[in-house]
Design a protein around this ligand. Structure first.
Ligand code: NDP
Ligand code: 2IT
Length: 453
């Protein structure tokens, strides 16, 4: 692991001390810090104004009790979080994650990443994130609704279209956003469409928001590939996960001529040597809320299901050209990266937030594999959320094609920003460096312009 400059190391040590037991937050902060030393050396005004120290301290952190009643009439208690990290560029913006592993540290790492990601989109949105340790798996619609209503009964007072605008993330999709929006509307007596994004099409949602993160990821990867005169055509691709991001990454990669051979969930891996059947997979995951094992069972001999397996080891069996991790943080480790590199991977683009461990990310960098970090590569989701906010503010709704064109433009813009910045700092093609420095500079300049905030 690269060492930090002494001045930056001191700030990092303080972050660790002040945020004990939050290893994912430390990891996300360190990754940004590794890039920022060079900016501070060039622009001492950032250090003089303690910008880095301020950036690591959320503007506000909200933790609350979420009581709800299950179908058996039992009272259940979960913990709710919203970390309003930075509003220098606009209202706090970022998703809500419902997963049993969610802690304050998870939400802080996600909120921290979101600050730079949102800056990279070039849109006027600050960074925030929220969620709960509630597990929607196996819960009835009624249970999910009662949970969402209780969650919003506390959270509503902190939200607003000019204040804080949540959306989905793991375990939070159109169903949950609908219940949350309904409760917000009821409590406030306002039809404030722009307070949440990822809404259904009949209640102020935007076309393309469902597809946006996965499509945007593939657009970003396509731009990276083009720098080496490569494309998705005839490439063999692995996609981890099988949720919202994974599904639409699979769809767009297939549309561009790729052969996507495998995906996964937390129970196992499905490997179709002849390519995944997207429509069947989408139907099982979205309409039936099923598992990849159900998909494999329905595909019969076209498909092999491997319970509990590691998706990335498929690279040892068949040559994989492109890897798109789209499940969760730290799902691709140094060992997996080595395997992918040894077997000829040319590009890795992160659909999930921080799916590569630091060891994996450094291995890709050293091997000169094209590596698109999540804060750049998966920014299409939040960017399309900002397009949803624009439509809500103007009481308009745009066509699918127009919205997708805007998304594609935004992803090209992010790629240019990352590529230009990495070149400016002497490491052309280092998208991690480019994304961190470009995102940081925009936020830091806005903070300086607004005085001591
Ligand atoms: P979904 O809930 O739709 O899907 C998540 C997928 O990842 C599922 O297949 C799930 O499997 C798997 N997964 C989740 N947690 C784990 C775990 N601990 N171990 C193994 N597998 C796991 O979420 P999304 O597709 O929305 O999110 C996926 C990633 O993309 C996350 O990192 C999220 O932060 C990021 N992201 C999402 C955006 C969005 O717009 N939705 C935007 C940008 C980034 P299982 O069903 O078995 O849990
Ligand atoms: O990680 C992310 O960027 C998201 N989950 C989407 C956030 C949003 O506000 O659309």
């Amino acid at each position: 692991m690269p060492e930090l400059e002494p001045r930056i190391q001191k700030i990092y040590d303080q972050v660790v001390r002040r945020n004990i037991s939050e290893p994912e937050f430390h990891q996300a902060a360190r990754e940004v810090f590794e890039s920022i030393g060079r900016v501070i050396a060039k622009k001492p005004e950032y250090a003089e104004a303690s910008i880095l120290e301020r950036l690591c301290e959320p503007e506000r952190q909200i933790i609350f009790r979420v009581p709800w009643v299950d179908d058996k009439g039992r009272v259940r208690i979960n913990r709710g979080f919203r970390v309003e990290f930075n509003s220098a560029l606009g209202p706090y913006k970022g998703g809500l994650r419902f997963h049993p592993t969610v802690t304050l540290g998870t939400v802080k790492f996600l909120g921290f990443e979101q600050i730079f990601k949102n800056a990279l989109t070039g849109m006027p949105i600050g960074g925030g994130k929220g969620g709960s340790d509630f597990d929607p798996k196996g819960k009835s619609d009624g249970e999910v609704m009662r949970f969402c209503q209780s969650f919003m009964t506390e959270l509503y007072r902190h939200l607003g279209e000019y204040t804080d605008v949540p959306a989905g993330d793991i375990g939070v999709g159109g169903r949950e956003i609908g219940y949350l929006f309904g409760q917000y509307k009821r409590i406030t007596n306002r039809y404030e469409s722009g307070v949440l994004t990822g809404k259904g099409l009949g209640i102020g949602g935007s076309l393309v928001r469902t597809e946006a993160t996965g499509y945007g990821l593939v657009y970003f990867a396509q731009e990276m590939l083009a720098t080496r005169r490569e494309s998705f055509a005839d490439k063999k691709v692995l996609v981890s996960g099988s949720g919202n991001v994974a599904l639409y990454a699979i769809k767009k990669a297939q549309e561009l001529g790729a052969d996507v051979v495998a995906c996964s969930d937390s129970s196992g891996v499905v490997y179709d040597a002849g390519g995944l059947d997207f429509e069947l997979l989408r139907h099982i995951k979205e309409d039936e809320r099923g598992r990849v094992a159900d998909y494999a069972a329905r595909r019969g001999s076209a498909s092999v299901y491997r319970a509990g397996d590691n998706l990335w080891t498929i690279a040892a069996e068949t040559k994989i050209d492109i890897a798109l991790p789209c499940a969760t943080q730290n799902e691709l480790n140094g060992h997996d990266a080595k395997l992918l590199i040894e077997n000829g991977v040319i590009a890795v683009a992160e659909g999930a937030n921080m799916p590569s461990t630091p060891e994996a990310a450094h291995a890709f960098d050293e091997a000169k594999v094209l590596f698109g970090p999540g804060k750049a590569a998966n920014a299409g989701g939040v960017a399309t959320s900002a397009l949803e906010m624009q439509q809500n503010a103007s009481r308009d709704s745009w066509s699918f094609d127009y919205t997708e064109d805007r998304l594609a433009d935004i992803m090209r813009g992010i790629h240019v920003r990352c590529a230009d910045t990495s070149e400016q700092y002497g490491e052309p093609g280092n998208y991690v460096l480019g994304a961190n420095i470009s995102g940081f500079t925009q936020v830091a300049n806005a903070m300086l312009a607004m005085g001591l905030i």
